[in-house]
Write a protein that binds this ligand. Sequence first.
Ligand code: NAD
Ligand code: LMR
Length: 332
Amino acid sequence: MAKEPLRVLVTGAAGQIGYALVPMIARGVMLGPDQPVILLMLDIPPAAEALNGVKMELVDAAFPLLKGVVATTDAVEACTGVNVAVMVGGFPRKEGMERKDVMSKNVSIYKSQASALEKHAAANCKVLVVANPANTNALILKEFAPSIPEKNITCLTRLDHNRALGQISERLNVQVSDVKNVIIWGNHSSTQYPDVNHATVKTPAGEKPVRQLVANDEWLNGEFITTVQQRGAAIIKARKLSSALSAASSACDHIRDWVLGTPEGTWVSMGVYSDGSYNVPAGLVYSFPVTCKNGEWSIVQGLSIDEFSRKKLDLTAQELSEEKALAYSCLS
Ligand code: NAD
Ligand code: LMR
C-alpha cells in the first residue's frame, strides 16, 4: 500500500541551500524512494517572488513523489502539520556587523519560529537546524518550543563528518564509502574537533584503523583537522558563496539516517542536546557520534578519549558555552 505523504518544512527555501535541497527531498533522497512528500517552503517577504519561482520549477520537474508544494511567507501556514522541519533560513553576517548583532537577529528568528513549530507542527516532528550559528540556533529553538521533545531538535554537523570522510578517502585513495566512523565533536565552527581515532577503512584484508593506514600522525593531528575545520571558509573563498550542494546533501543524509537508521556497526555525527556524555556539559547542543534506530538517535558510549582529544572536546564546548551566554544575553 502507498505510504501517506510526510510534510517537510524548509525555511529559507528561496536561498541557495534551499534551491539545492528541495529537489533532493522531492526525489526521495531524504526520506526514501517510496515516501511521498508535501513540501512547505517558508521565506521572508523580500524573497516571496523568488520563492514562487522555486515552486514553479518544482511543479515543472514533475517529481512523482511530490504530492503538494506550499510557498509562503506565513510561518503558521508553513509549520502546520509538519513531520520534518529543516531550518535553513537565517540572517547572514553582513559587513560591519558584530557577532552579537548576528546572534541577536537569529535568536529572535529562532524564538518566533520555535513558537510556530510548537503550536502547529505534528506531534513528534523532527527538527534539523542548518542556519548558523547552527548549534546555538537549535538551542534557542529548543528553549522556545518546550513541548517538542529535546531529542527531536538537532543541528547539522553531518557536512563536517562527510568532509572528514572525503579528506581520508582522498589521502588514502580509497572509496569514500569504505571509510567510516570518523567523529565530529562540538560546534559547527572552526573549533569543531574532527577525530579519526576510531575510524576504519574497509580493505580486502578486512577493516583497518585509519591511523594505521595513514601512518602519519603529524598530518592526522594537524593539517587534516584544520582542513576540515576551515573547509566552509575555503569554499566561501573559492565560490564567493557558502557551501550549498554539500550542505543540502548532508542535510538529507542527516534526516535519512535519523528516520531510517544507521547501518550496523556505523555511526554518524549529529548536533544533539548534551546529556553530559563524555563530560560535555549538559544543556549544550553539541556534535556527538550517534547511531540511529526506529527514528531515535543514541550517543555512542564508551569510546576512549586521549589527552589530545580531551583538550579539543573541551575547547569546542567552551566556545558553545560562550555562544549560549551571548544568545541568552540577546533575549534579555
Ligand atoms: P542564503 O542567504 O542563500 O539563504 C538564506 C535564506 O533564508 C534567504 O532566502 C533568506 O531570505 C531566508 N531567510 C532569512 N530570514 C528568514 C526568516 N526569518 N524566515 C525564513 N527565511 C528567512 O543562505 P544559504 O547559503 O542558503 O545558507 C543558509 C544558512 O545555512 C546560513 O546561515 C549558512 O551560514 C548556513 N550553513 C550551514 C551549514 C552547516 O553545515 N550547518 C553549511 C552551510 C551553510
Ligand atoms: C559551511 O560549513 O560551509 C558553512 O557553515 C560556512 C558558513 O559560514 O556559512
